[in-house]
Ligand binder design. Sequence first.
Ligand SMILES: [Fe+2]
Length: 288
Amino acid sequence: MPASIGLRTFEVAPSTTGEELRSGQGEPRRTLLQLTDPHLFAKADGQLLGVTTRRSFEAVLEHACTHSPHADTLVLTGDLVHDESREGYRSLRRLLDRTGLPYYCIPGNHDSRPLMEDLLGPAALGPVAVHRLGNWNLVFLDSTEPGQDGGRIGGARLAALREALAASPSPAVIFLHQHPIPVQSDWMDRLSVADGDELIALCNRSPRVKALVCGHIHQEFEQRIDGYSVLGTPSTCVQFAPRRSEFAIDTRAPGYRELTLHQNGALETHVVRLDGYPERALRTARGY
Ligand SMILES: [Fe+2]
C-alpha cells in the first residue's frame, strides 16, 4: 500500500534514450506501465459505484512510479474521464505531468476524443499511431465507435494497422481499449470489438506482434494465441468480476500492469494490485 495517497510530485528516474543497460543483466530492456479506466470526474470527490476515482488513480499512479523507478513510459488505455468534462482531462494531465514520464493516451467508450486532443495535446493518440521505445514499436489503436460502448476497428484502421506493422521488422505491442476476443463474461463480451476476429487474423499473420493490451474489462486477463498474448488489466478504480453472465462487481483492489520489453523481442508482464487500498466498489451495484 502506498504510504500516502495525497498529491505530490513523484520522484522517478528520467526517461532514458539510447541503449542503456539495465539491472546488470547485460541486455537493454524497457519498462512500460499501463494504467487503465480511471473514470475521472470534474470534481475531485466524484465517485463511480462508491469509489472516489481520482483518489484511487492517484494511489495507483504513485504506487506504480514508486515501485518501478526505472519505468520509461506510461500508457493509458481509455475511459480516462467518466463525465467527459474538461476539468477531468485537466486533472489527468496535471497528475501525469507530475510523474516526469512520457505518457500516451487512447480513448475509451467513456471519452471525448475532441476534449482529449484539446486538453492532452500530442499525448492523445489515434486512430493508428506508432511510437518507438528502444527497438520496439508501440502501436496505439483507437477501437472506439462514436455513441457505442462496444468497439469496432473498421476497414480503414485495419488497413493502417496492417501498413504500420509491415513497415518495420521490430517487435510490436498494440494497445486498444475494448477487448478483441471473448473474456467469458457474456455482458462484457457484448461490448467487445465487433470485428475483433479481423484484428486477430491480422495479428496472426504478423510475427512482429507480441501482445495486444486492452482496458475496458476492468479485470486481469491473459490468453495466449500463437506467438502473442491478449492481455487485460484491472482498472485503477472499480473492478468487474471475471466469468459472469451479468454485470458483477469484484471487490479486488485497483491495480495496473507492468510490461518489460527485451531487446530480443521477449516480453514479460505482470499485474500489480494495491491490496491495502481501503475503498472498494459497492458490491450491490447492478450496472454503471
Ligand atoms: Fe471502463
